[in-house]
Design a protein around this ligand. Structure first.
Ligand code: ADP
Length: 248
């Protein structure tokens, strides 16, 4: 969030945003499931100009052994931003930011993964950000969710993520890069299919009533994302289902 936010024009005379979207509109999303043959599950996802690749390995025996848990699988999540993914160059390797994103993203999945089905195992989720344009953690979660399904990991439902924020005094969905840079607040969330919030973060300031408005709008955003995720799953897997119309 920048101090020169007052100089930036976020809306045109029709109330549309710098990229032509309405305040409650998410960026276009493209999804391809099962793009890596050596991972158990994978997903490539574009959201606006963000491009991310998620790979899931496991369940497999957890190493080192001291990390194993007797009654359940451990879940590991690694978010990584490629150095070429941003305008200048991101410093390669782990950072405070990537460690934080990895931690909160893992926690966003823990309630939905049926981990007690696999004692002593590890389920590894890796996400590589290939191109970043604000909203990479939410794009990564959406891709990881589908990669988990592709890997056949038992889950209670999909996790869908979206950000909401405040720019030019208005609450808007799914901030793009200028909105993220110069806006007043950015609030990424993740939600389960049955509406439980599994991640909330906030950068910037919102009043309690703005926060309520933002939470309401972002849940609508997550439901839009969920529909896109489900459509991608249908496209990938429905072709293999032999629907028997004679069965009532
Ligand atoms: P998110 O990508 O989840 O919105 P941030 O709010 O931390 O996460 O980052 C917003 C955007 O800032 C990123 O999507 C990316 O475009 C840019 N960004 C993040 N980290 C770096 C970095 N180390 N170098 C350059 N740009 C970065």
């Amino acid at each position: 969030m920048s101090s020169n936010q007052n100089d930036v024009v976020f809306f045109d005379e029709n109330g549309l945003r710098t990229d032509g979207r309405k305040p409650d509109e998410i960026r276009p999303m493209k999804i391809k499931i099962g793009v890596l043959s050596r991972a158990n599950g994978s997903c490539y996802l574009e959201w606006g100009a963000n491009k991310v690749l998620a790979a899931v390995y496991g369940p497999r025996e957890a190493h080192p052994k001291r990390t194993q848990r007797a009654g359940q699988a451990i879940i590991r999540y690694r978010y990584n931003m490629q150095s070429f993914s941003v305008e200048d160059r991101a410093r390669p390797g782990p950072s405070r930011r990537s460690s934080e994103i990895s931690k909160v993203s893992r926690e966003a999945f823990e309630p939905v993964i049926i981990s007690d089905a696999y004692p002593k195992a590890a389920i590894d989720i890796f996400v590589e950000v290939l191109q970043a344009d604000a909203g990479t953690r939410t794009a990564a979660i959406n891709a990881a969710s589908l990669a988990l399904v592709d890997a056949g990991i038992p889950i209670r439902g999909l996790v869908s993520a979206c950000a909401v924020g405040k720019v030019g005094g208005k609450i808007v969905l799914d901030l793009n890069k200028p909105e993220d840079n110069y806006g007043e607040a950015d609030l990424p969330i993740a939600m389960t299919e049955d509406g439980k919030i599994t991640l909330v973060q906030m950068d910037g300031n919102l009043s309690p009533s703005e926060f309520e408005e933002a939470m309401e709008l972002v849940q609508k955003g997550c439901r839009q994302v969920l529909e896109i995720q489900k459509a991608a799953l249908m496209e990938k897997f429905a072709a293999n289902i032999d629907f028997d119309e004679t069965v009532a």
